[in-house]
Write a new protein. Structure first.
Length: 317
């Protein structure tokens, strides 16, 4: 229960920060104010319609109430309800994040175990150098490199988007699915490669720590096979610290998705955040950020519960 209360407090802190930061970005009706076709009287009616004529503390209370009801307002840029816009974009982001998180965690865990087990050998040195290089590369820069190599030079992947022009947002057909995968493979590869190589040094470090534990030394002294010690003693115990960083990695991947989706013009929630900031769309920005933040909170909560189930020494009340 303590962890649940902490998650609720975190959620309210986030929506409060989002509310005030959105209003620091400028007047969302500034472009309308510069339009000679809109009279001051009409502009004031629009402000009243969106509640911008109310004192800030009243706007905040209304915002909290509407957020708890799942009402994020109306997007000025899309001229549609915010939840409708997010509902259209969110599946694309989830389709990008969930497989990349799953695959990158699996690969980083397996490769990190091997690096730690073969410490100082060629395999370890090669992957460690690659990991150091890729951890230093921002997501957007890696996305640009991939785009240049595979889309511009080799011309094997499309330059932008999630679908070819003229294709519907969703369709139950093999042709649609193949076209989607053709656009999907490059942003997916950027997120997976960067996330995998970013986690390998951490798993390697955990593995080396576990190898130095007494129960592993005892297993070696008993003459147990190396493969058995690695799989049963080392790998099982090295996974616990990895689980603790999964929630943080999910947040970092969302950050990476925002930049990656922007570079590839991928129509997900990450790009939606960028568009909302660029267009000063208060309500769209608030809704997109809150949905993404809520997903991070939920993932961290689930991971904490999972850690408690895997490690009997940990108990959450």
């Amino acid at each position: 229960m303590r962890r649940l209360y902490s998650s609720i407090i975190t959620f309210f802190a986030i929506i409060t920060i989002v509310f005030f930061l959105a209003r620091l970005s400028g007047d969302p009706l500034a472009e309308l104010a510069d339009d000679p076709r809109i009279t001051p009287e009409v502009l004031e009616k629009i402000r009243a319609l969106f509640g911008l004529d109310k004192p800030l503390h009243i706007q905040y209370v209304d915002f909290i109430i509407n957020t708890l009801q799942g009402n994020f307002g109306y997007s000025l840029h899309y001229s549609r309800p915010v939840m409708e816009v997010i509902g259209e974009k969110l599946p694309y982001t989830l389709a990008l994040l969930i497989p990349s998180i799953t695959l990158s965690n699996y690969l980083a865990y397996r490769l990190g175990i091997e690096c730690g087990w073969r410490r100082g050998r060629k395999f370890d040195i090669m992957l460690s150098v690659l990991a150091i290089i890729f951890r230093s590369v921002p997501y957007f820069w890696l996305a640009i490199i991939f785009l240049y190599v595979f889309s511009v030079e080799l011309e094997v992947t499309p330059l932008f988007g999630a679908l070819s022009p003229g294709k519907p947002m969703f369709e139950w057909s093999l042709d649609w699915f193949i076209d989607y995968l053709w656009h999907y493979i490059l942003p997916f590869s950027v997120l997976t490669v960067r996330a995998t190589l970013g986690l390998i040094p951490r798993v390697r470090s955990y593995t080396i720590d576990v190898i130095g534990e007494d129960f592993v030394v005892t297993g070696v002294a008993k003459g147990l096979p190396d493969s058995y010690i690695k799989s049963k003693y080392v790998a099982r115990n090295a996974i616990l610290p990895v689980i603790t960083v999964m929630g943080m990695r999910y947040a970092f991947l969302i950050d990476g998705a925002i930049l990656t989706e922007t570079v590839f013009s991928y129509p997900g929630t990450g790009r939606l955040v960028f568009e909302a900031i660029y267009n000063r769309d208060y309500w769209l920005l608030q809704g997109a950020v809150i949905i993404l933040a809520l997903s991070v909170i939920i993932v961290n909560f689930v991971i904490d519960i999972l850690y408690a189930l895997l490690d009997p020494k940990v108990r959450y009340r």
